[in-house]
Design a protein around this ligand. Structure first.
Ligand SMILES: [Zn+2]
Length: 259
């Protein structure tokens, strides 16, 4: 359980198991809560800096567990999504969010065009390029993005435990929803607690849909991947679930590339 770690682009993007042999490319855009010192914590203090607003707790460990089990490459962002949310295009207002649930981010208020552009160039572009290169270097790639969400949002408990998300290409998501009961007892729902209308499918659109690669975005409730044993158990379930879904797609002769 010790993936080879390569660090590049001044840590704005990190790769694990870069020589993985699986067609699956695992992506974790919200892997880190790290805010470079020059941003002075974006004006935040205390719990906010480690809260789900800053990153997806548990998602990196789950993504690594998946990468190890599948022998898949893993591409992650090295900075907090409050610095730059790598699952958003530069044109999106919430690529550098001023507001996240109940938290306001003083350091993201009144950003100039130059400040925004600097973050795009320093954090988003290296991530985008590294992911594009990784996908280009993988035969018949399958894009799987790993996220976690908070159990309580705006004071309301969320029932959904695992979300299977997709944009206009539903192929892999459909099979995973069909075979969910073979792999988990958790409450699994389509495009919950977020979906394409919330702007969360940027990576899928940018890196998978354009080339017709099979793809899915997985959202796991973060209380289910808090402890190491939970993370390992979830990684095991999802690895088997995904492998089963991919085998079914292949058996059904579903085209892997539309281009
Ligand atoms: Zn996320």
């Amino acid at each position: 359980m010790n993936p080879v770690e390569l660090t590049s682009h001044e840590d704005s993007v990190r790769m694990f198991n870069a020589k993985g042999t699986s067609p699956v490319v695992v992506v974790c855009e919200h892997a880190s809560a790290f805010i470079p010192a020059k941003f002075s914590n974006l004006g935040l203090a205390g719990d906010a800096l480690q809260s789900h607003a800053a990153w997806d707790p548990g998602a990196l460990a789950l993504a690594k567990g998946l990468a190890v089990r599948l022998d898949a490459k893993l591409v992650t962002s090295g900075v907090s999504r409050l610095v730059y949310d790598c699952n958003r295009p530069p044109s999106a207002a919430d690529a550098m969010p001023y507001q996240s649930e109940a938290i306001t981010v003083p350091g993201n208020q009144h950003l100039t065009a130059e400040q925004r552009q600097e973050r795009v160039e320093k954090y988003y572009e290296p991530f985008r390029a590294a992911l594009a290169d990784t996908i280009a270097g993988t035969a018949m790639p399958v894009i799987v993005t790993i996220h976690s969400f908070t159990p309580i949002y705006h004071g309301k408990m969320r029932a959904v435990e695992i979300g299977i998300l997709h944009d206009s290409d539903t192929r892999l998501a459909d099979v995973m929803l069909d075979n969910a009961h073979d792999h988990t007892d958790r409450l699994v729902q389509r495009n919950e607690p977020y979906g394409p209308t919330h702007g969360v499918t940027h990576t899928l659109k940018e890196h998978a849909l354009v080339n017709g690669h099979w793809n899915v975005m997985l959202e796991v409730r973060n209380d289910l991947i808090r402890e190491t044993d939970q993370q390992e158990q979830m990684a095991e379930s999802i690895a088997n679930w995904l492998a089963d879904a991919l085998a079914r797609l292949q058996d059904d002769g579903v085209a892997q590339c539309q281009a």
